[in-house]
Every structure is written in structure tokens, then in C-alpha cells.
Design a protein around this ligand. Sequence first.
Ligand code: ATP
Ligand code: MG
Length: 569
Amino acid sequence: MLQSNLYIPTLKEVPNDAQIPSHQLMLRGAMVRQLGSGIFSYLPLGYKVAKKVMNIIREEMDAIGGQEFHLPALNPIEIWEQTGRVEAMGDVMFHIKNREGLVLAPTHEEIITFHARQHIKSYRDLPQIWYQIQTKFRNEPRPKSGVLRGRQFTMKDAYSLDNSWEGLDVSYNKHAEAYRNIYSRCGLKFFVVGASSGAMGGSASQEFMVESPYGEDTCAVCEDSGYAANIEVATSEIAPIERLTDNPEVEEFPTPGARTINHLIEKFSIPLDRCAKSVVCFADGKPYLVLMSGNDELNESKLQSALQATAIRHADETELFDLTGAHAGSIGPINLKTPMTVIADKRLENVNGLVSGANKDKFHYRNIDMSRDCKIEGYYDLRSVKGGELCPTGCGKELRVVNAIEVGHIFKLGTKYSQALGATFLDDSGVENPIIMGSYGIGVERIIACFIEQSHDEKGIMFVPSIAPYHVHLLGLGIKKSDAVKRTCEQLEIELQSKNIEVLYDDRDVSPGVKFNDADLLGMPIQLIIGEKNLSAGNVEIKNRITGERHVVSVDDSTDLIKKLLVSK
Ligand code: ATP
Ligand code: MG
């Protein structure tokens, strides 16, 4: 491909509105342009990458028996109403204004179930794996970070239909394996976090995550044991708080100026593990006092599942005072003005010698014995794991707490959608059952942006061959001046293409510096540099974009070496 004929508008400067490397490089490297908030156009180079990613996904989905559909983005709202998801999606769903009854699909569980209902009649028609690679629309409140969170984006969504729960396990595991293959083939380093939503009965889900400081999820990971979990469910091995043998009566003592646990430690010499911190929350409108050990952070997701609540919120200053009789810093489980349910983190179970607020400003109680002095309704794991704590598998290594981006999600749906939409099959004894379903999503743009987050340097992108727009960037230096250079370029382009190697040939009449900078920015895995000096000795130069290694080889040997380098990546 002659670069002089192509539309590759690279940018020298970092665009102002792009904060994260992948966004900056996708703009600078002529892959995408922004059309509106959360709306991006692919330029030819970017779309070449997207097509390669989509083909990898397609091959892996076909390999597990997936059948490709293409469903409309425009959906009758009526189908979505039957599953209650118009309400559940809320503002995220785009509604069409001038044609009542139509919405833009943010995902396709409903439509797949609709088609399953049409013609699946018997257990013999199952299992099925149906997928598509298609455009999704979500009215994300604050689209940011470039294509990582778009209002229009490309998703591979797959759905499994089974006639037994064991069948669902098989389909689910096939997808988990396919996803691992997809990310590996795209050159992505990823980890998997599991979340079992017990309340839904038999349902399970796993998210595929890529570590990144720009990720919106927080996860605890251990490279040694392979443990990885979303912070919402992560646990660690943490030393228990010992019970003291000396167990005197509770007594009040003045604590002027002690508004935090650190004040208690510093000003009043209370050991950290003898401090009990109180947090007042409302769970579905009902107030709870939650006791945590020392400076442990209350994890709201854990609290929400412990209380099986749909919404949690912290009490504001006025509510806090009204409920307890004191201001923040002096709150505790004893002597509450308004009686409320008290629960505590597991670490505090049966602990004594504790200090906590007296529900009277500037006073605390000491010698609190959780079993003797408090009425605790339940002990739960409510704390957020901290980096540096030990891995819960017992491997003895420390956990790292990292930010991460979700690149994929696999989910055992069960019968939620088939029941709501009446998609059933007759089992081998003629009994009608709802189809057992799974749903599996991958974001195409997220794969691309996450890959660039992981694989770039200060000069630009570093593509692996599997998703690079071209394998080789052929840089002809001074082609206008040297016929020999021009001829060698043309000869090598043909030779490479005959070996199924894709070549972007920079034949532009610009300085070598401009060519080198653009080549490093665009990030093809191999640069083949043809200049007069090397050529006069019958040689060309080959640069590996990822390792930076350079080889000067004869023209004749160059294409074989390139082939070798591309395979060894
Ligand atoms: P998030 O929590 O990041 O909003 P999600 O859990 O809503 O994502 P799913 O409904 O599980 O996402 O969608 C499957 C996949 O689609 C995600 O794993 C992600 O890769 C991709 N995806 C979801 N929302 C977006 C978006 N707004 N822009 C780009 N890709 C997205
Ligand atoms: Mg998800």
C-alpha cells in the first residue's frame, strides 16, 4: 500500500481533550476521530485493527460452535417491557422520539430470547450458541477516556441456550476458554475475577480485566497464586484481634479533639486494634450502625449483600446527630439516642478491650466487650482489602490492589429472560421448561484501547502482528533522489506481499525524520528501512518496534528475517 495514497492524518501534538495514553495515541495515530461526546469515527487504520480483532473473536466463537447472527439495533420497546428492563436500564437506554415504541438496543438478551421462543420447541433443538458482532447504544452519563466508554460501541455478544443446568456449565466454560484465547491472540495481558451472585440461585459471572491506572474497577490480585477478585468481594488473610485476659467494666473517658481513629491512637495512646470505628448507614431506608476495626474501610458492596439491600446510603450530619446524640468522631454502639440495629465486621467478633464513641460529643467508652456490652445482630465480612495484606489462598504472598478495565463479561443468566418471554422447550418426558441461558459480552473498542494502554512508549503504539494494521512499515529514504532505493522498495514490497506479509510503504517525499517519527507513532511491528548508504553495500535495516532491536542484513535475506521476526512475537 502506498502511504502517499492513503488517508493517515497523524498528529504531532497531543490533543487537549485526551487524557489517557490510548485516547491520545488513537487520535495521534490516525485511528479514530471524535464526532461527539462518546461518539467516534474509525479512520481506515483504526478500522483495519478493529476488523482484525473482530476476526479473531469470530474465529474463536466459531470454534466453540457459535452461529453468527446480525440483529437490529432498532428494537420494539414492547419486548423490553416484558422483562422489566426498560425501567431497570433507566436513562442508559436511548428512546426514539419521533417513532413511538422503538428504542436503541444497549444489549440483546431480549431479542435473542424472542427468536428462541419462535422455533425452539424440544430439548432436541438445544444446545445452541448464538452470537453477533454489532453496534450497541448506551447513554453513558459521562463518556470519557476515548473509546473505552462510548455511547455507541461495538460488542460481540453471545448467548447460550441449554436444556439443563449441566449444559449451561458446559456452554459457560466453552466461552471462558474462547475469551482466554481471544485476549491472548490480541496480545492482551488480562486477569479474571469471579463474582457469584448467590441471591440469584445458580447464577455466576466472571469479568475479564486489564490492569490500568485509568480503570474504573478496583481489584485485588496475587500474581503468585493467581487469585484475583473485585474489591467488592475480595478477601485477605489477616491476623485476628486477640481477646485480652484482663476484662474490666466499661467506662466513659473524655477525648477532647479526638475526631478520628488516628487522633485516638496519637493523642490517647489507644492501640489501633483496640479502636472500633462506627459508620451509620441507611439500607433501603432503615438505619444501621456498622462497627469496623481500627481504620478498616467499610465496603459498601459487601454491606449491601450482607443486608440484601437494594440501596445503601450514608447518614448525613443531621441524621447522624438525631440518631446517636453525637457528632461524627464520638459515635459508638452503646448508649444510642435512637435504638438501631448494630452489625459488625467479622474481625470484631468476641473482641474486648475496645474503645468506641460514647454517643456524647468529646467522650468515648473503653473496655468494651463485644459479647458482654453490645447487642450485635450479626458479624459479616464488611472490610475492603488493602494492598500488602496476605493472599487469602494461603500462598504467603502479598496482594496488590489495582485499578482495572473490564474487557469482557460472561454470565450465567439462568431462566430470567426465558421465563419472562415464555421461551420454553419440551423435555424428554414432555414437560415444558424455560430455556436455560447464558450471556457473554466483549467490547471490541475496549480490547483495542486496552492493548494500546499496555503496549506503547513515549513515541507511539507498539502493535503485535495479530492486530497491527500492517505487519511491516517499509520506509524508503530519499526515494525521489535514488532510483536504487525506489526499485528496492518496490521489489521488497512485492516479495513481502507474496509471503502474505502486509506492507505499508512510506513512499512520501518527506524527510527521514518525519518517516521515522510516523512509523514509531503508528506502531507497525517491523520497520524495514531502505536508505542509500546501506544499500550501496547491498544491505537494508530492519527495526523491531517492540524490542527496539536493529538488524542490518542483505536485501536478499531481509524478507526471510522479517517472516521469522513476525512469527516469534
Ligand atoms: P461497565 O461496567 O464498564 O459499564 P458493563 O458491565 O455495563 O460495563 P456489559 O454490559 O457487561 O458492560 O458489556 C459487555 C462488554 O462490553 C464489557 O465488558 C465492555 O468490554 C464492553 N462495553 C460496555 N460498555 C461499553 C461502553 N460504553 N463503551 C465501550 N465498551 C463497552
Ligand atoms: Mg459487565
